[in-house]
Design a protein around this ligand. Structure first.
Ligand SMILES: Cc1ncc(COP(=O)(O)O)c(C=O)c1O
Length: 398
């Protein structure tokens, strides 16, 4: 595969790649999650994309595979430098490579942070509707889920800053788990919003864990701002989670990074990783991540262009063909958050109709908290041909 050409050619994303039979969670895992599903059901759920990764990433893995020896690996200073360079060039955030800690995923990192910096029974604040594992990771670690629901302001969500202030000032809540950009509502938080969050956390001594896994999937004119970059001298209680996994479509390689400026906080976090036995690295994940951060920017520009077209075409479809479905363009993420409450059906019945009648699988909104009841999340990260078929199937479901 020759470098660059595929990633630079937007049309290449149009090619449909067979993923059934590859142990793909998205394609092969529907029955496991939903029960019996028609054999030809089209999956537009799980947040990965049906695209090839950047050619440079595939080449890096191929080269590493051909070496043939897959012993333990260490995360080299070169790969940490690549993360640090990416953050500076793409997000204007100056970090030192020594702040970077590799981990097998963002969720393992969040779990490690929760165990390191709170005690059983403590509250961890999340802002639903939000990525479902946020609820689970708090509960499974024996902490309390404390909800500060987002406010739906005519379709555009915002954080309830007053609610947050009360929970932080008056509650026994040790950690705020921020989703930035926010899955599933597609908000890219503004400097003012982030500044407010950082200030509240700082004033109340709350640890801010900022999950920025969708940071690179943002559409102009919106721009992602790392929370820890807002006021670098005050970022000593912030753990930032970043990852090449969503950006370059490599979540199956299980490689993510945390960025922690404060040495004490970093040490506590690393001890927690070690305590859970999750300090080792994946040989292919490290090779892929470094190649992606070093050489993947042109591919990323290209895929963002393609995703934006998919979003615009989907919005036009809903407006013309299913006007009762309310949605809006996400500022970031390749996820459309659809208000389908006007169907007149119970939320579970909507899911049932989509799957059994339309043969199309989305993420039910109620997975994202009570606030998502009546909604569905649509993943547009696939060739337009598949997405168009999925939209058609949605329409015939009702
Ligand atoms: C907000 C958010 N955090 C974390 C993850 C999962 O991260 P990982 O696979 O690195 O654990 C996802 C995946 O969709 C996500 O949307």
């Amino acid at each position: 595969m020759s470098g660059g050409a595929i990633g630079l050619n937007g049309l290449a994303f149009d090619g449909v790649i067979e993923r059934r039979g590859t142990d793909s969670l998205k394609w092969d895992g529907m029955e496991g999650r939903f029960g019996p599903v028609p054999g030809d059901a089209l999956p537009l759920w799980v947040a990965d994309m049906d695209f090839l990764s950047p050619p440079e990433v595939i080449e890096a893995i191929r080269r590493r595979a051909l070496h043939g020896v897959f012993g333990y690996v260490q995360a080299s200073s070169g790969s940490y430098q690549a993360v640090s360079d990416w953050l500076r060039i793409n997000h204007g955030w100056d970090t030192d490579p020594s702040w970077v800690v590799s981990c097998s995923g963002v969720m393992p990192a969040i779990g490690a942070a929760i165990r390191a910096f709170s005690d059983p029974g403590d509250g961890v604040i999340i802002q639903p509707p939000v990525y479902p594992p946020f609820f689970r990771i708090v509960k499974d670690n024996g902490r309390q889920v404390v909800e500060n629901p987002l406010i739906n302001d005519g379709g555009r969500y915002r954080m309830d800053m007053e609610g947050l202030r009360v929970l932080l000032e008056e509650g026994e809540n040790r950690i705020l788990l921020l989703c930035s950009p926010h899955n599933p509502v597609g908000r890219v938080w503004t400097r003012e919003e982030l500044d407010g969050v950082c200030r509240l956390c700082r004033e109340t001594g709350t640890l801010l864990v900022s999950d920025e896994i969708h940071a690179d999937l943002v559409f102009k004119p919106f721009a992602h701002i790392p929370a820890a970059s807002i006021s670098p001298e005050k970022a000593d209680r912030i753990i930032t989670c970043v990852s090449p996994s969503k950006t370059f479509n490599i979540p199956g390689l299980q490689t993510a990074y945390t960025v922690i400026a404060d040495p004490g906080l970093r040490e506590g976090f690393q001890t927690s990783l070690r305590a859970a036995g999750i300090g080792a690295y994946n040989v292919f994940g490290l090779a892929a991540a470094e190649a992606a951060y070093r050489h993947g920017a042109p591919w990323l520009r290209s895929v963002l262009h393609y995703l934006k077209e998919n979003i615009d075409r989907s919005l036009a479809f809903f407006q013309e063909e299913m006007p009762w479905v309310k949605t809006r363009a996400p500022e970031g993420t390749y996820l459309l958050w659809l208000d389908m409450s006007a169907s007149g059906l119970a939320p579970e019945a909507v899911t049932e109709r989509l799957i059994q009648k339309g043969k199309v699988v989305l993420d039910p909104g109620y997975w994202f908290g009570n606030q998502g009841s009546g909604w569905q999340r649509l993943n547009v990260g696939c060739p337009w041909r598949l997405l168009e078929e999925g939209l058609r199937r949605m329409k015939v479901s009702f």
